[in-house]
Design a protein around this ligand. Structure first.
Ligand code: ARG
Length: 446
């Protein structure tokens, strides 16, 4: 008997969450592109129905295969450790919850593409967010030959109702419960909440958006103290109890969240040019970054500490913008890793009704020197040396100030408008008078 040979279909690897969008993606990829869909779902510590349930749903929606991967440890140890070293906060606020997870997911997608010989990778992101950029930039950097499909960006399903109708007509389970009005992305490092009433930047976030943090007004009346120990910049123990970084993150989410700490409500600049209102719950991430910064204050030499601030901001922007695998980001990681060698010690945090305060720090590598800092009799700081130091420190500016005075200016802040010295003085006469009055009334300092 001769066998009928049907040509094998091309394969696509789909980043699968178990939600309606990516379930519809499975059927859509089959119908529109005639592809075999291999779903990949990762556990990054998000609130989910269980990896087996996610897998069953992918298969029921038509996937030929569904890989489920526990990515939590790798997320903590390979991604969040770098974020800690960078004290990573996009726009000085957002600890990059979603941005940090995408490159790890992509790594698994690309691996699966290689294992299964797939030509395509698909994701369920919309066309106006950051996540599409992160998925696609990361894919392009890990394997430039893979082709990308973005069904949600391409299909014509304009509303959730249309999507549900399409799903129903194609035999996909549609949620029976009322859909949440919010778009939520969560993992170990926190929760991002968007959409619904939050799209009005004037509207206070309703209480029901929060699940990781209690309302600060309902937090316990007594503070919680917690000692966070770090080794080479990575949290390694809580209250003297050695723990994995992963377990510390879980514990800090609980401790800080139950004290009402870790809520953010911000207007954020997306890479695609849109300002969006974003709410976050990031109790563990923010508390650990606070503690880490405090230890760095103690252990890093001043110039390194100051220079690092700029590196941190660039690092956060790179990661926010989907450039985790970029050469700049890798080079910055090398700098940051170098700075962490002596960031070993312990920080005491006080969590109380929505606040997290550093109240103590100690380290074998501490650069804090009591004899230099003290105003007591033990002072060893050479105060007399300060005069020469200041003379030279201010020398260039002193020369500059002399020049300005010879031009008729009397105070450094006067604007230089290319006028003659007389005009310059006249233009600034009001300020001159005011300044002279201040000087005349100033107390004489011996
Ligand atoms: N605005 C945040 C970011 O770009 C959160 C994104 C959340 N993603 C989502 N699909 N809801 O990182």
């Amino acid at each position: 008997m001769t066998q009928q040979n049907t040509p094998a279909k091309d394969k696509v690897i789909l980043a699968y969450s178990g939600g309606l969008d990516t379930s519809v993606c499975i059927k859509w990829l089959q119908e529109k592109y005639n592809l075999d869909v291999i779903a990949v779902a990762g556990d990054l510590g998000q609130d989910h129905a269980g990896l087996e349930a996610i897998k069953a749903k992918a298969l029921a929606s038509g996937a030929v295969e569904c890989l489920v991967v526990d990515m939590r440890e790798a997320f903590a140890d390979e991604y969040l450790t770098c974020a800690m070293a960078a004290n990573a906060l996009y726009e000085n606020k957002y600890p990059l919850v979603s941005a940090l997870s995408r490159p790890l997911i992509v790594k698994h997608l690309v691996d699966a593409a290689h294992t299964f010989g797939a030509k395509y990778i698909a994701h369920g992101c919309t066309g106006k967010g950051n996540d599409q950029v992160r998925f696609e930039s990361s894919i392009l950097m890990l394997d430039p030959d893979l082709e990308i499909i973005a069904p949600v960006r391409d299909w014509d399903l304009k509303s959730r109702e249309e999507e549900m109708a399409w799903a129903e007509a194609h035999g996909i389970d549609v949620p029976t419960t009322m859909a949440s009005p919010y778009s939520i992305d969560d993992n170990l490092w926190g929760r991002a909440i968007e959409c619904g009433v939050l799209e009005d930047p004037w509207a206070e976030p309703p209480a029901d958006i929060y699940t990781m943090t209690v309302d600060p007004t309902e937090a316990p009346d007594a503070p919680t103290y917690v000692d966070v120990a770090f080794e080479h910049g990575i949290p390694c123990a809580l209250n003297g109890q050695p723990m994995s970084f992963l377990d510390i993150i879980y514990a800090m989410n609980d401790l800080a969240g139950s004290n009402g700490y870790g809520r953010l409500d911000m207007i954020e600049n997306r890479l695609v040019g849109v300002k969006s209102r974003e709410c976050y719950e990031v109790p563990g991430a923010l508390a650990l970054i606070e503690a880490h910064k405090a230890l760095e204050d103690l252990c890093l030499e001043r110039s390194v500490l100051h220079y690092k601030l700029g590196i941190e901001q660039t690092w956060a922007e790179q990661v926010y913008n989907g450039l985790w695998f970029s050469p700049l980001k890798e080079a910055l990681d090398a700098f940051l890793a170098d700075t962490q060698q002596c960031v070993t010690g312990t920080v005491k945090l006080k969590l109380y009704k929505g606040s997290c305060t550093v109240v103590g720090r100690t380290s074998d590598y501490s650069l804090y020197t009591y004899e230099l800092a003290t105003y007591s009799a033990e002072d060893e700081f050479d105060q007399k040396a300060a005069k020469g130091f200041i003379d030279l420190h201010a020398l260039t500016c002193k020369v500059w100030a002399k020049n300005r005075l010879s031009m008729g200016a009397k105070m450094h802040q006067f604007k230089a408008v290319g006028s003659t010295a007389d005009e310059f003085t006249a233009e600034n006469s009001a300020v001159v008078e005011e300044a002279e009055a201040v000087i005349a009334n100033a107390p004489v300092i011996a």
